[in-house]
Design a protein around this ligand. Sequence first.
Ligand code: GTP
Ligand code: MG
Length: 254
Amino acid sequence: MPQPPPTTNQDAPPEVVVSLAAPAFNEEQAIEAVVEEWKQTMDHWGIRAEFVICNDGSTDRTAAILNQLQARLSQLRVVGGTQNQGYGHALTAAIQACRGQYIATIDSDGQFDPAAIVDFLKAIQADGADGCVGYRVKKGDTLLRVAADRCLNVLVRLLFATHLRDTNCALKVVRRDLLQSIRLESTGFPLPTEICIKLQARGARLLERPVQHRQRPSGESKLKVWRTGWRTFRFLLYLRARARLYRAGLLQDF
Ligand SMILES: Nc1nc2c(ncn2[C@@H]2O[C@H](COP(=O)(O)OP(=O)(O)OP(=O)(O)O)[C@@H](O)[C@H]2O)c(=O)[nH]1
Ligand SMILES: [Mg+2]
């Protein structure tokens, strides 16, 4: 069983090893089974975990289901308001509310097997790394989505000289103190990529592990490929400009 690392963070409850941080928007068909799967997996491996979900303005029964789940699962905390502010905004709110030694970012639609988090924690512990990021094998997506992700990874490598294979894979485990200290700006789908770029700029040592990616079991995708692609492109150029100013000493924070 992965043990918590030594921490200097006084406010960290030492008993929580990992906080699963996830956004949820209109996931009424999946959310209960997903949270149950998280709990069963963490219990099976004897890992003390908490689940932090940001639901911002779902128009279906997601909020009601989460309320019922919260009443019987003490590890579950739900954050977020009534106004929908986007994937990145929601995931950042969940990250900021986490209290475990590590934060595992994950989607709430059931596309990722939570057992991968156990695998990541073991790898981090064996290596002493700061975090571990997933790369999706046999991606459960359409050809267009797979192609778009490949283009994104090439672009990120060119602009930021990163060695990482799948920066926009939502599944990552990172030391909480490190992740919470990073200024995250993306309110949309580029957030997992922004996390990788900024961790790398901090000199974080990151491992990579393969993760299975299931097809969305139910509900609807919130990602519109062309719109997201264009917004991601603009955001990466903005980040690149900031990175240059930071390296030139003209910005205090990247
Ligand atoms: N709170 C919140 N969650 C969101 C928002 N947009 C997406 N999500 C959640 O973020 C996760 C990823 O969104 P998806 O639409 O599944 O995106 P994706 O996995 O790239 O797309 P698919 O593979 O088609 O499912 C899911 O758990 C969504 O419920 C949002 O605006 N607010
Ligand atoms: Mg999905």
